[in-house]
Design a protein around this ligand. Sequence first.
Ligand SMILES: *Cc1c(COP(=O)(O)O)cnc(C)c1O
Length: 398
Amino acid sequence: MGDYFKTFPDSKGNYGDFGGSFIPPNLQAEMDKIADAYFSISKSHEFISELRNIRTHFQGRPTPVYFAKTLSDECGGRIYLKREDLNHTGAHKLNHCMGEALLAKYLGKKRLIAETGAGQHGVALATAAAYFGLECEIHMGEVDIEKEAPNVTRMKILGATVVPVSRGLRTLKEAVDSAFEAYMADPITSIYCIGSVVGPHPFPMMVRDFQRVVGIEAREQFFDMTGEHPDDVVACVGGGSNAMGIFSAYLEDGSVTLYGVEPMGRGPKTGDNAATITYGKPGMIHGFKCYLLQDEKGEPSPVYSIASGLDYPGVGPEHSMLHDLGKVNYTSVTDEECIDAFYALSRKEGIIPALESAHAVAFAMKLAKEQPRRSILVNLSGRGDKDIDFVIGKYGFR
Ligand SMILES: *Cc1c(COP(=O)(O)O)cnc(C)c1O
């Protein structure tokens, strides 16, 4: 496994049986150009030093690793948090958005185009566009625009154009279609920026590589603090970008156990969860192969999670492969467990986690109770300020 990053993906973007690129020929030609540019530009000294400078002075990296002592005393094990909630804009997403936008600048692009569901990717990309002086066009379903008003406001304050999508169910899937169409209408001056380790090649690889900073920092910080590597590393999985970021630093050590936590929502019934690897089968969505929650015809099933950032019927192709290889254990927690962890971390440590990240915390708490001798490193992917009104409205104070 020593050559993991040289082996995966292959030159066509395949991760074993997953990934690849299944898109119309004109779009494929653009993806090939992006892939070629990525391989040449992103390895240049100039690109690397500019990105490093941005991470330090704009994003506030490195983010700390923190020993959650009170929570650990309560649960039994030793729980550590990689504090991506302290990254600028409050989550890990800016790591890949700054990388994608920097690549756009080197390619001479004028406009960044993307879709957003809950608005988190839209806000991160609008931030990156503002930093680089690029235009930004975010496609968003009308239903989501109504539900996520504060993020719509943030994107507009940052100077982005929010394009309402009124077709179909008026949510994420239609927003992706709309954003792809806008990109295809103008692939010379614009570039499409995806929000996770999903989509056609080269996106799953590029986004993973831009997120690797999380794992590189965490591995060194954890070792400096404890003199050893963690027994377990835990991250929530929607598309899977924060998880790939931290897992990538430990994939080549056989001794660290990796856990990807999927949202079990209200339970196992179709439409009540988004536990893609747990319940899905190999299939195709948005131009790539992965585990997919799907009906008999191969159409994506409806999905649900309390955490809108985890609410996707597919999952990154690399996670699909890592599951089949047995390199990562995929597990799940329910909405209820997520809310308990949200309150536990807030009350015991003074850290309000994003509902997405609270899934990882919930699983770490269970693991610590079952195996109290172990050290557990959790990727705390984001802060929960965005979720407080929803939690209080639905669950009240606990
Ligand atoms: C978007 C988001 C996620 C899920 O995305 P991944 O690509 O699976 O990491 C997780 N946590 C937070 C805070 C998010 O905003």
